[in-house]
Design a protein around this ligand. Structure first.
Ligand code: NAD
Ligand code: UD1
Length: 345
């Protein structure tokens, strides 16, 4: 069986870890990335770690001509693309509020351009990086996939809109299959210490901020609120190891190949909540480095708690998160301490 996949955004944080998982499972990924938020060095490291050559096209998912050529060339070489794993997107919530059109253009417009090119090339399977952010303020926890969809910012809306586009696209028949993976909070890094998250500028998210404090790039962690209705007053999230998340994509590609359901959405999380201070303590234990913290006011738009019901992913995909918070911290620290400046070391 041919196992050629197109991986958009494959040079990014989650995409790069997923490349390794896909290669290990016998797939041949072709990466399309415009390096708007990543660097070519990532792919060199994926090649080193996997021992495989990674085919790569530098370009934009909004370039229809490029997509046509890519799909045609793969088909002509006898390795037609079987499935698209779609990571490429902009992902900063604050930036999406300031510049929503850039987000709708790249994330929604980019996806429809990609689906149209897939239709022309008769590529029928699609795995999409969605987010738990589509749920918005929780009506009840844990979030199940039936929870109402009510994002609270333009970034979240792009994810909800693309899910709707995929539902409608897949419903047009011809064995189209779309799988939306609603990620909770991916953190950590590849166990080798060679791949990890390398945010540009000041990190928006908690974990890379903690690791940058530990390595001396930031002075202290600002804890956004300690007056939530949680055990210690700080925000609670469902952190999952990026390697577990990567494995979820292999399961989703396999599922797309066997399911009768045109569209399905799955939560990918551990089902366990961890507070800001619990994560800080776990990181201190794993790294042996003390993290200076200052408590500030709540971050606007934040919710108190969020965690997944991951049962559907286990039932349908056979996937569950295996790695502990301790492992996430140890691997994240190995990456950050060995690559203090990310990929520019
Ligand atoms: P990332 O920024 O590290 O990776 C995205 C990659 O896509 C980058 O390499 C970037 O250069 C590329 N890209 C962006 N726009 C492109 C375009 N128009 N054409 C070609 N390439 C383009 O982000 P990530 O954390 O790896 O996230 C991957 C996906 O998962 C995104 O869709 C994101 O919205 C989603 N997601 C991420 C998280 C998270 O916490 N990291 C949570 C939920 C969902
Ligand atoms: C954020 C995004 C969400 C996205 C998710 C992906 C916002 C409002 N939401 O959510 O859309 O899907 O990342 O990973 O940006 N915290 C601090 N100090 C910091 C950073 C964070 O105390 O410097 C706290 C937050 O208040 C929160 C927790 O840490 O309680 C986790 O924050 P973060 O990593 O940004 O993730 P989310 O809030 O889940």
């Amino acid at each position: 069986m041919d196992k050629t996949l197109l991986v958009t955004g494959g040079a990014g944080y989650i995409g790069s870890h997923t490349l390794l998982a896909l290669i290990a499972a016998g797939y041949r990924p072709v990466v399309l990335d415009n390096f708007s938020n990543s660097v070519p060095e990532v792919l060199r490291r994926v090649e080193q770690l996997s021992g495989a050559q990674v085919e790569f096209v530098e370009g934009d998912i909004r370039d229809a001509g490029l997509l046509d050529r890519l799909f045609q060339q793969k088909a002509a070489s006898g390795n037609p693309v079987q499935c698209v794993v779609h990571f490429a997107a902009l992902k900063a919530v604050g930036e999406s509020v300031a510049n929503p059109l850039a987000y709708y253009d790249n994330n929604v417009g980019g996806t429809t351009t990609l689906l149209q090119a897939m239709d022309r090339a008769q590529v029928r399977h699609f795995v999409f990086s969605s987010s738990a952010t589509v749920y918005g303020e929780p009506v009840a926890l844990p979030y199940t996939e039936q929870h109402r969809i009510a994002p609270t910012n333009p970034y979240g809306w792009t994810k909800a809109m693309v899910e709707q586009v995929l539902r409608d696209w897949a419903a047009t028949g011809e064995q189209r299959r779309a799988v939306a993976l609603r990620y909770f909070n991916p953190i950590g890094a590849h166990a080798s210490g060679r791949l990890g998250e390398a945010p540009q500028g000041i990190p928006n998210n908690l974990f890379p901020f903690i690791t940058q404090v530990a390595v001396g790039k930031r002075e202290r962690l600002m804890v956004f609120g300690d007056d939530y209705e949680t055990a210690d007053g700080t925000g609670v999230r469902d952190y999952l190891h990026v390697e577990d998340l990567a494995d979820g994509h292999v399961r989703a590609v396999e599922y797309a190949g066997r399911t009768e359901a045109p569209f399905a959405a799955f939560n990918l999380g551990t089902g366990k909540g961890t507070s800001v201070l619990q994560l800080v303590r776990a990181f201190e234990q794993a790294s042996g480095v003390a993290i200076a913290c200052t408590v500030l006011a709540r971050r606007p738009g934040d919710i108190a708690s969020a965690w997944a019901d991951p049962a559907l992913a286990y039932r349908e995909l056979g996937w569950k998160a295996e790695r502990s918070i301790e492992q996430m911290c140890a691997d994240g620290w190995r990456w950050q301490s060995q690559n203090p400046d990310g990929y520019s070391n």
